[in-house]
Design a protein around this ligand. Structure first.
Ligand code: C5P
Length: 337
C-alpha cells in the first residue's frame, strides 16, 4: 500500500534567540506560519524489513541521517510494526533553505506511515517522537500560525492569520543552522543581551505569560487577538480583504525581527540585498526565514505579489508567488493528493 502526503513549508514571523542552554540548544521564541509551497512524500509498505529512501534531489541524504528515515524507524518501533518501508521524497522545496522542509518531510512521513499501516500513534507519542528528531518538527503537527518556545519544539496554536499573499525567494545558498547558532554565540561573545535574558532565559518551559511587555512577539500575538475580535483598537474595517491588509500593516508596525539576519547577512550580504529588493518590489514586510537562505515578503494582494515576482525574476532571482496556509487549509490539503 502507498500513501501520499503533502509536506508544506513554514516561514518564521520573527525569531528571537536567547541564551544557550545546558543541553547545547538555545532558548528560542518564534511564530511559525505554514505556507502553501510543498514537497510530496509517498510511503509504501511491503513484506520484509528495512527502510529505503528515494529522492529526486541528489543533495538529500538517503541514509539513516535523513529525517524521514529517523522518524520512520521510531514510528515502526513504537507501533511494533514489522514491514519494509519505502519513502519517496518528491523534492521542490530548497534544501537547508530555512523553510523547514526536512522537518516537514519527516512529519509527512509519520502521517503517511500511520495511514499505510492502518494504525494510529497517540497524540503525545507523535509529539514526543517529533521533538526527538528535531526542534522544527512539532510545528507541523499543528499547522497554521503557531507559537514556538523552548528550543522551538514546544508549540502552541495561535489564532490563525488569514491567508496572506507571499513572495518566496530561494537563493542557491545552503545555510547550516547549527553554524548560524554558533555564529550568534560568537557575535554576542557569551554576553546575552539583558532584554533577551529577561524574556527567555528565566522563563519556565511551560509558562506562556510574557515576562516583559517589550517582547514584540507578544505584541504580535496581541495584534492577532485584536484582529480576530474586530477590536476598535486596531481600527479593523469589516470587509475581508481590507481587514487582512490592516492586519498586515499592524504586524509590520510591531517591527518583528529575525535575529538570524544579524549573523547571516554579514556572511552573505547578497541575502540582505534580496530583502531590499523585496521591499522595493512593494513588500509590506520582508524577512529571512529561519536561518535562511530563503527570504520572503508579505504583499497586500496576489496581483501585487505576482508583479513583484516578474520584477525579481528579471533581476535573475528565483522567486515564486504563493500564500500563507491557515490551519484548516493545512489539514484539508495535506492528504488531498
Ligand atoms: O533540533 P535540530 O536538530 O533542528 O537542531 C539542529 C542544531 O541546531 C542543534 O544541534 C543545535 O546545534 C542547533 N539548535 C540550537 N538551538 C535551537 C535549535 C537548534 O542551538 N533552539
Amino acid at each position: 500500500m502507498t500513501v501520499a502526503v503533502r509536506s508544506f513549508a513554514k516561514i518564521n514571523l520573527g525569531l528571537y534567540i536567547g541564551s544557550p542552554r545546558s543541553d547545547g540548544y538555545h532558548h528560542l521564541r518564534t511564530i511559525y506560519q505554514t505556507i502553501a509551497l510543498h514537497d510530496l512524500i509517498r510511503v509504501g509498505t511491503a513484506r520484509g524489513a528495512g527502510i529505503e529512501i528515494v529522492c529526486n534531489d541528489p543533495r538529500v541524504p538517503l541514509d539513516s541521517s535523513n529525517t524521514c528515515y529517523r522518524i520512520a524507524e521510531r514510528v515502526i518501533h513504537e507501533l511494533g510494526a514489522k514491514r519494509r518501508i519505502t519513502i519517496e521524497i518528491d523534492k521542490h522545496l530548497p534544501v537547508q533553505g530555512g523553510l523547514g522542509a526536512a522537518s516537514s518531510n519527516a512529519i509527512a512521513t509519520m502521517i503517511a506511515l500511520e495511514c499505510a499501516l492502518k494504525t494510529n500513534l497517540s497524540p503525545p507519542a507523535r509529539l514526543r517522537i517529533a521533538a526527538e528528531v528535531g526542534s522544527d518538527l512539532p510545528l507541523f503537527l499543528i499547522g497554521g500560525t503557531t507559537l514556538g518556545v523552548g528550543r522551538g519544539e514546544e508549540v502552541y496554536p495561535l489564532p490563525d492569520l488569514p491567508s496572506l499573499p507571499l513572495v518566496v525567494v530561494t537563493p542557491e545558498i545552503g545555510v547550516s543552522t547549527p553554524q548560524a547558532f554558533t555564529d550568534w554565540d560568537s557575535r554576542s561573545d557569551g554576553r546575552i543581551r539583558p532584554s533577551v535574558r529577561a524574556q527567555l532565559g528565566t522563563t519556565p518551559p511551560c509558562q506562556l505569560t510574557p515576562s516583559s511587555p517589550s517582547d514584540r512577539l507578544v505584541e504580535v500575538g496581541c495584534v492577532l487577538s485584536a484582529w480576530l475580535s474586530g477590536s476598535p483598537s486596531t481600527g479593523a474595517p469589516a470587509k475581508g480583504g481590507s481587514r487582512a491588509e490592516k492586519l498586515l500593516l499592524d504586524l509590520v508596525r510591531t517591527g518583528i525581527e529575525n535575529d538570524f539576519e544579524k549573523v547571516v547577512f554579514p556572511i552573505y550580504p547578497e541575502l540582505r540585498d534580496i530583502k531590499g529588493e523585496l521591499e522595493r518590489a512593494g513588500s509590506r514586510y520582508a524577512s529571512l526565514s529561519g536561518s535562511g537562505s530563503t527570504l520572503y515578503g508579505l504583499f497586500r494582494s496576489p496581483v501585487e505579489a505576482k508583479k513583484a515576482v516578474s520584477r525579481l525574476r528579471k533581476q535573475g532571482l528565483k522567486a515564486v508567488a504563493t500564500s500563507t496556509l491557515t490551519r484548516q487549509s493545512y489539514w484539508k490539503r495535506i492528504l488531498d493528493c
